[in-house]
Design a protein around this ligand. Structure first.
Ligand SMILES: NC(=O)c1ccc[n+]([C@@H]2O[C@H](COP(=O)([O-])OP(=O)(O)OC[C@H]3O[C@@H](n4cnc5c(N)ncnc54)[C@H](OP(=O)(O)O)[C@@H]3O)[C@@H](O)[C@H]2O)c1
Length: 311
């Protein structure tokens, strides 16, 4: 099988495509042949060495990758060989450095959900990490129906899932779109689309429309402390990255999300993607052999949607 290895921390050139022996069946897991996996911000942060403190036992070479879109190779635990699946590989928790940038992986069946035929591989690869981060962030916020929630980074993968799921949950959503992307965010069913702006101007605009502040904030754009002024006293704030979560003030609860595999939540989301009730964007698809190029392009930014690698 092929594997895109990280050979040392550094620039995209540290990525190397190699042949490795196929993994053998292992009890308690099913092997999954990966067809597509997304490149997420965390992948290049890990590759650069920015997150080395979260993987103290990792050794080189290792493979990155959280998103599973592939075919099950072993019949076990309710899955049959040949079945299409999606899943979230809990890369940090596993700590083994055997992520979905490997063509065949061992997966705990609890990480997986069946993948409907209506969803192609590349689209499926954009769903697990991003939608579960969104779902679990909204759950942490504990949105009551009709509550107001501000979602930043709504043009991004996590933020756009969060905006759509919050609308479906019955919240009143204010979403911050990237410049020129307002129409897309509006098409997701969001009632109040705000254009990306300096945080203090964003907070000013929100306080003008909602003098007491919004009930909840999900900060998928990592704006952090300057955004705290948008939330009402005693409200809630979830950051997509705990390290940049602001210090709490005025009784506001502040937490960071850590996305975890959840088969039931993933089955629900992928079903809604198949039914076209939820939308997700694939910006570009590249073969795994062009992994270094994919990292370079994602780091340059300016993408609308995910860059997906295929085997
Ligand atoms: N904790 C977890 O378990 C977990 C899991 C998954 C992801 N995450 C984190 O969640 C965040 C979002 O991930 P993603 O995959 O959705 O990334 P993404 O697709 O790159 O989207 C990020 C979005 O935020 C926007 N943005 C960045 N800075 C902004 C600012 N100052 N003001 C307004 N908008 C801004 C970007 O807009 P432009 O393109 O215009 O810059 C982009 O649309 C990342 O930081 C990621 O690491 C955390």
């Amino acid at each position: 099988m092929r594997a895109l290895e990280v050979t040392s921390f550094g620039a995209p050139d540290v990525l190397r495509l190699v042949e490795r022996p196929d993994p053998r069946p292992r009890s308690g897991t099913v092997r999954v042949r990966i067809h597509a996996t997304a490149v997420n911000p965390v992948d290049w942060w890990v590759r650069r060495g920015t997150m080395a403190d979260r993987t103290p036992h990792l050794s080189f070479p290792f493979t990155l990758g959280f998103d599973i879109a592939g075919t099950v190779l072993d019949s076990a635990d309710g899955f049959t060989a040949g079945q299409r699946v999606v899943g979230l590989y809990p890369w940090f928790v596993e700590g083994t450095g055997q992520g979905t940038n490997s063509e065949i992986i061992h997966a705990d069946p609890r990480w997986l959900a069946p993948l409907p035929d209506a969803v192609d591989w590349a689209t499926a690869a954009t769903v697990p990490l991003n939608s579960l981060t969104a779902r679990q962030s909204l759950d942490l916020l504990g949105l009551a129906p009709g509550a107001t929630v501000l979602i930043t980074g709504a043009s991004g993968a996590v933020g756009s899932f969060a905006a759509q799921l919050a609308v479906a949950d019955g919240a009143e959503v204010l979403a911050v779109a990237s410049s020129g992307d307002e129409a897309y965010v509006s098409s997701l069913g969001v009632e109040h689309v705000l254009s990306r702006d300096e945080p203090h101007r964003l907070v000013e605009a929100i306080r003008k429309a909602t003098p007491h502040g919004v009930d909840r904030v999900f900060d998928a754009a990592l704006i952090g402390t300057p955004l705290l002024g948008a939330v009402r006293d005693g409200g809630g704030f979830v950051s997509a990255v705990e390290a940049v979560a602001p210090a709490p003030e005025r009784g506001v609860t502040v937490v960071g999300v850590h996305a975890k595999p959840n088969s039931a939540q993933l089955a629900d989301v992928i079903g809604r993607v198949a039914a076209r009730d939820l939308h997700t964007r694939v910006a570009e698809v590249l073969p795994i052999a062009q992994g270094a190029q994919a990292h370079r392009r994602v780091e340059e930014g300016g993408f609308r949607g995910k860059l997906v690698l295929t085997f």
